[in-house]
Design a protein around this ligand. Structure first.
Ligand code: ATP
Ligand code: MG
Length: 311
């Protein structure tokens, strides 16, 4: 597998204060590799250092220590940056330009011809689902979600091989989030590599092949979501909600005996299973006792807890 992003002991201290300057470490010795074609999720609470990492990779700020390579080149090599895309956390725009004019401008920065710029801008604005009637509207009249779409289109103007997205779903309504999710999935199908920061776990969970969790500037976990979940010992993995039966009736047929956690809900029972394979047995038990299955879902909390278990 080809490594596309290689981060090596990247560290950043910000200097704060005016009279009495002191340093705060925002990123502490981060090492990570991201492979070609991967959608990599970068998770962390507010202030964990996600944006700092992206800004370092984009050369908007400079590291105190450490280095990084993208597509085999040191990040200090300017030419490599024409092969990557970046959506900043707070993209601010020349807001008297229209969406089309802005993308045209961005295309110019990458040296695209006029014909290329126009066709690329149109293609991208439809791809991010910005209503065609708004293409010639000034950006200052756009809502946050509409601006976010323009920002995404901008990050793809040069048909980048790797895209760095800082909170790509921010400001979007649920439909918008879904559309951006589909867009990111499509990028994977095109063979692109995506590095995205987020604190919206559900988006990360459905999209990402691997995730890293940053806590207070340090890498706390890295791996596939499955691996991360397995690191949490003794947690229940599947929750089943059933109705039309009683615990006493059901219990003898349930797998795992005493250890199984069954709690009453207003309309039935909630059963927590530690093995996904036990789902079938519970369904059989339900049949025997005349109960009905209401829902089966993997317990999200586990990842959330891992993520929120700060400091
Ligand atoms: N320009 C700066 N000067 C001083 N400190 C900064 C600066 N930018 C960020 N920091 C500090 O660095 C730490 C990491 O900030 P960063 O913006 O990277 O976090 P984040 O993970 O992107 O958070 P969020 O989820 O809120 O976007 C924070 O403690 C923040 O206060
Ligand atoms: Mg941030």
């Amino acid at each position: 597998m080809m490594t596309v992003v290689e981060i090596n002991r990247l560290t950043k201290d910000y200097e704060i204060g005016f009279w009495r300057k002191r340093k705060v470490r925002a990123l502490d010795c981060l090492s990570l590799t991201i492979n070609q074609g991967e959608i990599f999720g970068f998770l962390g609470a507010n202030g964990a250092g996600k944006t700092t990492t992206l800004k370092l990779l984009m050369r908007l700020i400079f590291p105190t220590e450490g280095s990084a390579r993208i597509l085999g080149h040191d990040i200090a090599e300017v030419a490599m940056h024409s092969r990557i895309g970046y959506l900043p956390e707070n993209p601010y725009f020349y807001d008297y330009l229209s969406a089309m004019e802005f993308l045209n401008f961005c295309g110019q920065l990458f040296g695209l011809s006029k014909v290329e710029r126009t066709s690329r801008a149109k293609e991208l604005l439809s791809r991010v689902r910005l209503d065609e009637s708004k293409w010639d509207t000034q950006l200052r009249k756009f809502s946050k979600g509409m601006l976010q779409r323009v920002g995404l289109a901008q990050s793809l103007i040069n048909d980048p091989e790797v895209v760095f997205l800082d909170e790509p779903m921010s400001g979007l309504d649920p439909i918008g989030r879904r559309e951006v999710r589909d867009l990111i999935t499509a990028l994977r199908q095109d063979g692109k590599t995506v590095f995205m920061c987020s604190h919206i776990l559900s988006d990360i969970e459905v999209l990402c092949d691997r995730v890293a969790i940053l806590k207070g500037g340090r890498l706390a976990h890295v791996g596939s979501l499955e691996e991360l979940r397995q690191q949490i010992d003794g947690r229940n993995v599947v929750e089943m909600v059933v109705s039309g039966t009683h615990e006493t009736a059901l219990r003898p047929y349930l797998p795992g005996g005493k250890d199984l956690r069954v709690t009453a809900t207003p309309t039935g029972l909630r059963i927590e299973l530690t093995k996904e394979g036990d789902v079938d047995e519970v369904i059989i038990a339900l049949r025997k006792t005349g109960g009905k299955l209401v829902s089966v879902q993997p317990l999200r909390q586990s990842l959330e807890e891992l993520f929120l278990d700060q400091k």
